[in-house]
Design a protein around this ligand. Structure first.
Ligand code: COI
Length: 356
């Protein structure tokens, strides 16, 4: 394994004092990980350095053509003072899936996990301890060739930054209102919807902005071809409880294979619940809502954790869900998942990785 050089900052930043007001993505720690790729040399020069801006040529390809991928994961401080990561192997495997689609050279997954561990340990004093807080880890790779011709990059940077965070949505664990998007589409099969690349999120901004102005927290995307089948919510996968079936859209190339999504499926199945990964039309959800069979809906994601949905709006149809309150399955799932992540509950699946 390559040795990671560590240069510690001489000017540590002031840490946020009120952990109840962290929000999401507002603060960054003192250090970052950086590594370069140059054709012929491969990935090289791994280093942990003081957090600082990158110097980029104005012609850098990432700025023009969006050849960029990223991941989202978290480090958790346990009550005993330990530090846990949650399924980092899954995130690094998915990073390579995204890399493959965007013609970015594969990274060594084990080495990337080692780099993340070392970075988290260097900045471990930044891991917040208040209930529901964690250290968000953002690995990302971007193309830096100074070339405005369109081709796969020969020079890239892999970096990891860290951010102490609280809840992603200001609602916290209170249900969010979601707007079903009929006009814009996020992705289609054959596109990049299954990858974590900035372009997918750029494609979502306009719809999100309009939903926001209409008083909704996020949009629920429908499939890009028939505009019938449910895909995912802006920053999370989505689950519906209809009668006694928990349904989440099947992975068919246009939605993200969420690590929280796969963990929810495993936990729900371990409780003996009927979980289906299948096509689910918005009409089926609307019918179930009308007939009183739509019991709960929730989103899942690293940033959002479990986010109950209290209302869906699809055209003129407004569907209140569980009287706008968190349902028993969403609550139990949240308690179980976060219990494992923060090391408060046993981890029967062997998902957590202790780094301290
Ligand atoms: C995550 O859940 O980690 C994500 O990447 C969502 C994000 C775009 C905030």
């Amino acid at each position: 394994m390559q040795e990671i050089k560590i240069e510690r900052t001489k000017n540590p930043k002031q840490k946020p004092t009120d952990q109840s007001k962290l929000g999401f993505g507002n603060y960054y720690t003192d250090h970052m990980f950086v590594m370069n790729y140059d054709e012929g040399e491969g990935w090289h020069n791994p280093r942990i350095v003081p957090y600082a801006p990158f110097e980029l040529d104005p012609a850098a390809m990432c700025l023009h053509y969006g050849q960029e991928v990223f991941e989202g994961m978290k480090a958790y401080r346990t009550e005993q003072g330990g530090i846990l990561l949650f399924r980092p192997d899954r995130n690094m495997a998915r990073l390579n899936v995204s890399n493959e689609r965007l013609c970015i050279p594969q990274i060594d997954e084990e080495f990337a996990i080692e780099a993340i561990k070392q970075l988290v340990l260097v900045d471990e004093d930044w891991i917040p301890t208040a209930e529901g807080t964690s250290l968000y880890i953002r690995p990302f790779i971007f193309a830096v060739d100074a070339h405005v011709g369109v081709h796969p990059a020969k020079h890239l940077i892999f970096s990891v930054i860290l951010s102490p965070v609280g809840a992603y949505y200001p609602e916290g664990l209170n249900p969010v209102k979601i707007y079903v998007e009929n006009n814009y589409v996020r992705a289609v099969k054959g596109g990049m919807g299954f990858t974590k690349t900035g372009g997918n999120y750029a494609a979502s901004l306009k719809a999100q902005d309009e939903a926001d102005k209409a008083g909704y927290t996020q949009v629920l995307w429908l499939d890009g071809v028939e505009r019938k089948y449910i895909e995912e919510v802006g920053t999370m996968n989505v689950f519906f409880v209809i009668d006694d079936e928990v349904i989440t859209p099947a992975l068919q190339g246009s939605i993200l294979s969420g690590v929280t999504r796969m963990s929810c499926i495993d936990i729900l199945k371990s409780w003996g619940m009927k979980v289906s990964e299948r096509r689910l039309s918005i009409q089926e959800v609307a019918d179930a809502a009308k007939e009183g069979r739509l019991k709960e809906a929730f989103g899942s994601g690293t940033a959002a954790v479990i986010s109950p949905i209290g209302e869906l709006k699809w055209g003129d149809v407004v569907m209140p869900i569980n009287n706008g309150e968190i349902g028993p399955i969403s609550q139990k799932l949240y308690d179980n998942l976060t219990g494992i992540q923060w090391g408060k509950l046993d981890d029967p699946f062997g998902w957590t990785v202790k780094i301290k």
